[in-house]
Design a protein around this ligand. Structure first.
Ligand SMILES: [Fe+2]
Ligand SMILES: [Fe+2]
Length: 384
């Protein structure tokens, strides 16, 4: 229901006021966090979201409010500045001179020979696995609860045979039109099997900076048509890496949470083998044959940007999970509705005088000063 009932600009205004009150001006990571939330709103205003159940006052009024043209225009106006500040540095850092052919060969070999998934390896030796896993599911949900809605924006238009190959991948992501097989629907089932609310954005205040950055990198790639070659690079990296990470999660769930719904991971471990081949043979190869080395360099830049964004999000999740597990005053588990009791956001460098701090859906630090030992990417909220 929150999908259409909350007002993105009111959220943004509140965040900025909250930000001012909590010293966003001096705290760079808090500032980036608040701006990533605004950019997420700008991107998500581009596609259809309906609540799962009819709101008591009817659906049309909140729908019209959410997609009100002046509101959309205001979000669209914010977007270029936010993209320049938050995403452009990541885009330039991924540019280089690597040639596409050897790059693909090395990437395939590296991903296939990669060490075990770090988060899954951490979980295997951790206590409170369920709480850690719930937090992983929530932090991955900004993108996965509308999986492939971003990449769908890259498939419209007219660009020849590679477009039809990407469209075939897209319809797999949407379960070939069978709703129960749509990847976002499979992800919902996993969330529910861990006792989580599966509403789109149900946990938005708890998405941390790394989760928002990954979401926004993906949307920056696909919501700017000039990025078409980088979009292919995204798919090249994501489809290849995902077949491995989802296999690790599938095995982990079977071993440690045998009652959980693991179909999302099982499906990807299988189908992304095909998607990798389709991206390489039917998109990368013909595009480079048609447009030459500069197209190849753009594809590499997109793949590198994607690799770096996934690595930052993955490293941040492991570091925050480890920091929470090591915090002396940590109390695992949270109760109540996902958006209840929202305190103002804080970072590890915020001045906190012992008030409790909640970290994602991991739980609460009874003594908020423990938060100072967390990695800089961590975001908590004071418990009101
Ligand atoms: Fe998928
Ligand atoms: Fe896929």
């Amino acid at each position: 229901m929150n999908a259409v009932s909350h007002d993105p600009l009111a959220d943004l205004a509140r965040l900025l006021v909250e930000g001012a009150a909590s010293g966003v001006g001096e705290d760079a990571s808090l500032g980036a966090f608040v701006r990533h939330q605004a950019l997420m709103r700008a991107y998500q205003a581009r596609y259809v979201l309906l609540p799962q159940d009819a709101p008591s006052g009817g659906v049309l009024a909140p729908l019209r409010r959410h997609y009100e043209p002046r509101r959309l225009a205001a979000l669209a106006e914010l977007r270029p500045r936010l993209e320049t500040e938050l995403i452009a540095p990541l885009a330039s850092a991924s540019e280089g001179e690597a040639e596409i052919g050897p790059y693909v060969e090395t990437m395939l070999a590296e991903i296939r020979g990669a060490p075990p998934n770090r988060f899954v390896a951490f979980l295997a030796g951790a206590d409170h696995r369920e709480d850690h896993y719930r937090n992983f599911l929530v932090q991955s949900s900004p993108d996965l609860l509308a999986e492939a809605s971003a990449s769908a924006l890259g498939v419209i238009g007219e660009y020849g045979e590679p477009q039809s190959a990407l469209f075939r991948i897209l319809i797999d992501e949407f379960g070939y039109g069978a709703h129960g097989k749509k990847h976002a629907v499979l992800y919902r089932a996993t969330m529910r099997s861990f006792g989580l609310d599966d509403a789109y954005n149900g946990y938005w205040p708890w998405f941390d900076a790394a989760a928002l950055e990954l979401h926004n990198v993906i949307h920056w790639l696909f919501q700017n048509p000039g990025n078409i070659f980088r979009q292919v690079g995204f798919l090249l990296h994501a489809e290849t890496a995902y077949q491995r990470s989802t296999l690790a999660h599938h095995r982990y769930l079977r071993e440690f949470h045998p009652d959980a719904d693991a179909r999302y991971f099982g499906e990807h471990a299988h189908i992304d083998l095909h998607h990798t081949r389709m991206v390489i043979d039917e998109a990368v190869t013909p595009l480079v044959a048609r447009f030459g080395a500069e197209a190849g360099r753009e594809i590499v830049a997109g793949a590198e940007m994607t690799r770096a964004a996934f690595a930052r999000a993955g490293d941040s999740l492991v570091a925050i999970s480890q920091a929470f597990a090591a915090a002396p005053s940590a109390r695992f588990g949270v109760d109540g509705a996902p958006r209840e009791k929202l305190g103002r956001p804080v970072t590890p460098s915020s001045p906190i005088t012992g008030a409790p701090v909640r970290v994602g859906v991991l739980g609460v630090l009874a003594d908020g000063r423990d938060f100072a030992a967390f990695p800089p990417s961590a975001i908590g909220r004071l418990v009101p």
